[in-house]
Write a protein that binds this ligand. Structure first.
Ligand code: CA
Length: 225
């Protein structure tokens, strides 16, 4: 699951990135309203965290512009502005939650998860197909009831394949969900992760398997034999 952090104070960006990455998210960070507008336009983020005092303008404008374009992702405002009017303005402009600095990273992570769990949010509680289940909140996978240890990227790939069970997932979509903007994936990174994931599913005797659709991507489906 990929999040956008819009914040100009590097110390806070570092805290947010560490906390959110540890919670299993892929995180991009930008520090101006212009970069934020651009990023929200180009990438379908699952949620965003928005500072209001940005060097080139007011974060509220980012929020208003995104909503005017129909963006429905949950947006949490994170700001030092604690006046009631500021909160009301933020919520009226389409923010889903509002957290005042200084904040506890634990609270921020749990609020983001709560937003993603809302109906229509990206966090359905448990995904499953065949005898494979993935708990999107605990980030745990079982095959035939037994826990299977996956790397963060393997788990992320499996999550996207489960969400699109029976449909082809283009390789670019997996890459987009897997890598933050500041991380250029190696050209064979996705196939390597898929290879490991496939082996772990087979070893666990999964009743579903990952098919490679040449030149397009991957398909998770019931085993054919
Ligand atoms: Ca700021």
């Amino acid at each position: 699951m990929r999040l956008l952090v819009i914040e100009d104070e590097q110390r806070i960006v570092d805290v947010l990135k560490t906390g959110l990455v540890n919670a299993g998210f892929i995180v991009d960070a930008v520090n101006t309203t212009a970069d934020a507008d651009n990023a929200l336009n180009c990438i379908s983020y699952d949620a965003a965290i928005l500072d209001l005092g940005l060097p080139d303008g007011d974060g509220l404008n980012v929020l208003k512009l995104a909503r005017s374009h129909g963006a429905q992702l949950p947006i949490l405002i994170l700001t030092a502005r604690d006046a009631i009017e500021d909160r009301v303005q933020g919520l009226d402009a389409g923010a889903d939650d509002y957290l005042i600095k200084p904040f506890a990273i634990k609270e921020l992570v749990s609020r983001i998860k709560a937003l993603l769990r809302r109906p229509g949010g990206a966090l359905g509680a448990v995904l499953n197909a065949g005898n494979v289940t993935l708990d999107t909140i605990g980030r745990e996978v079982t095959v035939a009831g037994n826990p299977v240890v996956l790397s963060r990227r393997e788990l992320s790939i499996l999550e996207h394949m489960l969400r699109r069970f029976g449909r082809v997932v283009p390789r670019e979509v997996i890459e987009e969900k897997l890598y933050a903007l500041d991380h250029e994936p190696e050209s064979n990174a996705v196939p390597v992760h898929v290879h490991h994931l496939r082996r772990k599913l087979t070893e666990g005797q999964a009743t579903v398997e990952i098919h490679t659709v040449r030149g397009i991507g991957y398909l998770l489906a019931e085993q054919t034999q």
